[in-house]
Design a protein around this ligand. Structure first.
Ligand code: ATP
Ligand code: MG
Length: 230
């Protein structure tokens, strides 16, 4: 509650402050516009905060298992990469390396939301011209979905705390880029609901790789879907 209140206080104070000034002063239209843009920006921050909080609380409160959709990983990768290219607005090279004909069992909405969060982070924390890769790989029988970037990276002391709610490495920077610090908390919850774990590798100045590691029981070749259904 203390964290949420703190996060909400800043945008509310700013919105109130700008509205008050606009009422008190006879501003030029140009200035009015600038103030309104600030009000809009901070109300958008609050909106995404509230949306993330609702997602997180519904994940935490859910006693149901995650849905058991058959997710075509390659198709999901293409869709998410296209979304990420929109987010980047052409500032990054975003490529995919999907598996061939592999199906992941789980909630399509949740897995998509988790990977989308990782891709948004990769875009957000990688300078213009950077490279982002969404890839599938197998290690010791586990299936890894990894989002690799060559962005700003993260110092080792922060890594264990990243999935805590509201934890951000650089608060001022995150605030200017609109982050609320709930993204990775949401990703971690979604991973847990799919018997998966989140793995982070990062080096400051070189980049980061965020992976979701699924046990073999969560995925299978597309050709096996028919058998599974029987
Ligand atoms: P949002 O709630 O909008 O996702 P956020 O991106 O700040 O906000 P998280 O996604 O939880 O929050 O990430 C927490 C912090 O981890 C970020 O503020 C950032 O400092 C760091 N981080 C996450 N992904 C990366 C990345 N790919 N490269 C560098 N730092 C990252
Ligand atoms: Mg994020």
């Amino acid at each position: 509650v203390a964290n949420v209140s703190h996060e909400i206080r800043t945008p509310v104070t700013v919105i109130g402050g700008f509205a008050e000034t606009m009422l008190d002063l006879d501003l030029e239209p140009v200035q009015q516009r600038e103030y309104l843009e600030n009000i809009l920006k901070h109300s958008q921050t609050m909106q995404s905060l509230v949306e993330d909080l609702l997602v997180l609380s519904s994940l935490e409160a859910s006693i149901d298992d995650a849905a058991d959709d058959s997710i075509d990983i390659a198709r999901m990768f293409e869709m998410l990469a296209a979304d990420a290219r929109d987010v980047s607005g052409g500032s990054h090279t975003i490529v995919t390396e999907p598996p061939q004909d592999l199906i992941l069992q789980g909630s399509q909405t949740e897995i998509e939301s988790a990977v989308r969060n990782l891709l948004t982070n990769a875009v957000r924390y990688t300078e213009q011209g950077g490279q982002i890769k969404l890839e599938w790989s197998l290690h010791d029988g586990d299936g890894w979905i990894s989002v690799r970037d060559n962005g700003i990276g993260i110092a080792p002391e922060h890594l264990p705390r990243l999935s805590e709610r509201f934890y951000r490495v650089d608060r001022s920077r995150s605030r200017s880029t609109g982050g609320t610090g709930l993204g990775l908390a949401i990703v971690k919850h979604i991973a847990i609901r799919h018997n998966a774990t989140m793995h982070i590798e990062s080096k400051p100045g070189e980049g980061s790789t965020f992976s979701l590691i699924f046990p073999a029981s969560q995925f299978h070749p597309a050709s096996a879907t028919a058998n599974r259904a029987r």
